[in-house]
Design a protein around this ligand. Structure first.
Ligand SMILES: Cc1cc2nc3c(=O)[nH]c(=O)nc-3n(C[C@H](O)[C@H](O)[C@H](O)COP(=O)(O)OP(=O)(O)OC[C@H]3O[C@@H](n4cnc5c(N)ncnc54)[C@H](O)[C@@H]3O)c2cc1C
Length: 399
């Protein structure tokens, strides 16, 4: 049954069982079931989204859920980050709240570059605190002139002579800006590639307390801690560089590759909620002397979005499974993110339509979902950029 809250009970034959076994995934769903019930019993007010983010991180850590975003050697739940586990977690959390899902995933998106390329001392110092919620993380890539085209980055890393750099520039749309204790910042190396004269980029770990780092909050249509980050001559010691000079873009794109499919899973969570709300409302609401559920026109509309929803789940868990089994490709996560976010938008729009006037009434679940889904088609690569990735992978000359 696609409405079964337990994802492993949905007969998705594509769910991978490595690096995490079926029994471990079952136990994870037990934890999520209890955790989500506790969120419903004692909800967090999201009016102050920065405060809500801190509480969510604390509660996620207490439930052990943040252990899924760091590797086993630094306090993680599995030897390496499991895409399938990430997707299951995000699908459950997004059913409850978009801000809760964001609080979870930013711990991974904002720390994984350190996992991928940080010096061992930094990894050992930071990652256990990410898992315990003591440190809140952010990933600072986007700039006013560098959105889809990240190579347009203007933030510059100028060498200080002792192996470190000084960062100067402006980042925007940075989730957790103002709440985060830890930023991973990407910048253009002051010196271009000596051979080709091409711009090179670096990746750096910067604590929020670094002199010269300031934040201005931004308000978006759904609760989401976000803002812009100004870097005015922020000093970064050599030990806080991630990878080698010039590897920043590879680290940024590699990080997005790990988390992109999980955006699709968050969309599945929002769509799950929309479907169950729609079904409940169609059964309850009576017009023309019978429940709306008896109208064939509405049954057809429900059938369309439910079929899309199953297809989206197959794409998401297939892509996550392929990554977990070492068969990662660029097109599978792109297709999963594209289809799952676009179809979730349609499913939620259908929920709003099924609720009639109530669907656009502030405080009703469909109205909230309608605002929450929108950004997922934009961040971590817009739908158009996913199409570019898919198109290019199809048109690449055979090797
Ligand atoms: C809620 C939210 C959270 C975010 N969190 C983070 C974060 O934590 N860290 C971070 O670094 N960034 C973050 N972002 C930024 C996000 O990744 C960018 O907004 C996104 O990459 C798009 O960039 P842009 O907004 O500059 O749009 P633009 O790149 O200006 O694009 C505008 C429109 O043009 C389209 N377009 C652009 N180029 C092409 C093309 N070649 N072909 C066809 N269409 C094209 C796009 O698809 C889009 O529809 C966040 C954004 C949002 C909304």
């Amino acid at each position: 049954m696609i409405t079964d809250p337990r994802i492993l009970s949905r007969d998705l034959a594509v769910i991978a069982e490595a690096p995490v076994s079926r029994a471990e995934l079952e136990a994870l769903e037990d934890t999520l079931e209890g955790f989500c019930a506790s969120i419903r019993e004692s909800p967090v007010a999201e009016g102050d989204v920065a405060g809500a983010t801190r509480i969510y991180v604390e509660r996620l850590a207490a439930a052990g859920l943040l252990r899924w975003v760091v590797p086993g050697e630094h306090g993680g739940a599995a030897p390496v980050i499991s895409s399938t586990a990430l997707c299951i977690i995000r699908q459950w959390l997004a059913r409850e709240s978009g801000a809760l899902d964001t609080a979870f995933v930013m711990q991974g998106l904002g720390s994984n570059p350190v996992t991928m390329a940080g010096e061992e001392e930094l990894r050992a110092q930071l990652l256990p605190k990410v898992a315990s919620g003591e440190v809140i993380c952010a990933f600072a890539l986007t700039e006013p002139e560098a959105g889809s085209d990240i190579q347009g980055m203007r933030t510059v890393a100028t060498p200080t002579g002792d192996g470190g750099v000084r960062l100067r520039g402006h980042k925007c749309f940075i989730s957790n800006a103002g709440v985060a204790d830890s930023y991973v910042v990407f910048a253009r190396e002051a010196e271009d590639d000596p051979a080709g004269g091409r711009p090179r980029f670096g990746a750096f770990w910067v604590p929020a307390s670094a002199p010269g780092l300031t934040v201005t909050p931004t308000e978006v249509i759904a609760p989401h801690a976000i803002g812009s980050v100004e870097l005015r001559d922020v000093e970064v010691p050599a030990a806080h560089r991630l990878g080698e000079p010039g590897q920043g873009l590879t680290i940024a794109l590699g990080n997005l590759d790990v988390f992109r499919v999980s955006v699709g899973a968050a969309a599945l969570g929002l769509a799950d909620r929309a479907l169950s709300e729609t079904i409940g409302h169609l059964n309850r609401r009576r017009q023309f002397g019978k429940p709306l559920a008896a109208q064939q026109g509405l049954q057809f509309a429900l059938a369309d979005v439910a079929t899309d929803h199953v297809a989206a789940q197959l794409l998401v868990y297939r892509a996550a499974g392929a990554r977990d089994q070492g068969r990662a490709s660029v097109d599978q996560p792109a297709m999963a993110k594209l289809f799952a976010t676009e179809s979730a938008q349609r499913t939620i729009d259908r929920a709003v339509q099924s609720f009639g006037g109530l669907g656009v009434t502030v405080g009703q679940v469909p109205e909230r979902l309608y605002r929450e889904i929108r950004a997922l088609r934009i961040y971590e690569g817009t739908s158009e950029i996913q199409k570019l990735i898919i198109g290019r992978s199809l048109l690449r000359p055979p090797r």
